[in-house]
Design a protein around this ligand. Sequence first.
Ligand SMILES: NC(=O)c1ccc[n+]([C@@H]2O[C@H](COP(=O)([O-])OP(=O)(O)OC[C@H]3O[C@@H](n4cnc5c(N)ncnc54)[C@H](O)[C@@H]3O)[C@@H](O)[C@H]2O)c1
Length: 253
Amino acid sequence: MNDIFDLREKRILIAGGGGDIGFACARAYGTCGATVLLFDIHEDRVRQGVERLRAEGFPADGWCGSITDPVFLEEMAGKIGGKYGSLDVLMNCAGVTSRKPMLEMSQKEWTEVIDVNLNGVFLLLKTFGNAFCGQGHGKVIQILSTGAYRFGPNFSSYGASKAGASALIKSLALEWAPYHVQVNGIAPTATETNFTRDYYLEHPEKKAAAIKNHPYQRLGTPEDYVGAAIFLASSASDFVNGEVIIVDSGKTV
Ligand SMILES: NC(=O)c1ccc[n+]([C@@H]2O[C@H](COP(=O)([O-])OP(=O)(O)OC[C@H]3O[C@@H](n4cnc5c(N)ncnc54)[C@H](O)[C@@H]3O)[C@@H](O)[C@H]2O)c1
């Protein structure tokens, strides 16, 4: 029974793997036996992430660069291919947010969020999609957000980017089904990470309201998502495609 969650011999690349949710998933994948490769725009997060994984005895490697940079992505793909061979799983945790009324938002601010959270998904999947379809297997796991399905004021660019990414992966799930590539998502809820920490410190009332909004009366933690991440990376999910697992203690219901 345990074998269906076995990730030994699997090579997993995590975009935004230096972030809190990405790193929690990286550790979990390492625990399940995978070789964990990660990249992130923050060099220190990549270095620390790889060091921590290796210190725990997990094979790991990392690169610094942006999901919005097709040249970097191609070069990294070449290095990964040369050193590790083909990938089995591609997870994308890279993301940025903005909290601003749309009428106060510049076009540059709008584009910054759409570029990372939506255009970045396109570029990442363009870079690795051919190899996945060519080899006839592969699992894509896109980290979305409950904000892709439940909207609120001051989240126009974030909500649009995550809803767009949700539509993109569902479309690809069907396009790549003939090649036995599964494309799924995980939608985290409000979680205390680099993403939200400063905002919740500055606005404790927003944090209290967010906690109250959850049936379990707490925010998510990065570790709350690793179960879904292991499931979607493993053979346990081989017939699951175009699905988004919402992990929010039932808030979205
Ligand atoms: N924390 C939350 O409340 C929450 C809720 C729902 C969804 N999410 C999603 O979870 C994912 C992970 O976020 P997190 O909470 O771990 O925050 P985080 O800030 O710790 O992680 C995001 C990571 O993405 C990296 N990144 C940003 N822009 C990049 C780029 N251009 N190229 C490569 N890497 C880039 C950051 O450096 C960071 O390490 C994001 O996609 C976010 O939208 C977070």
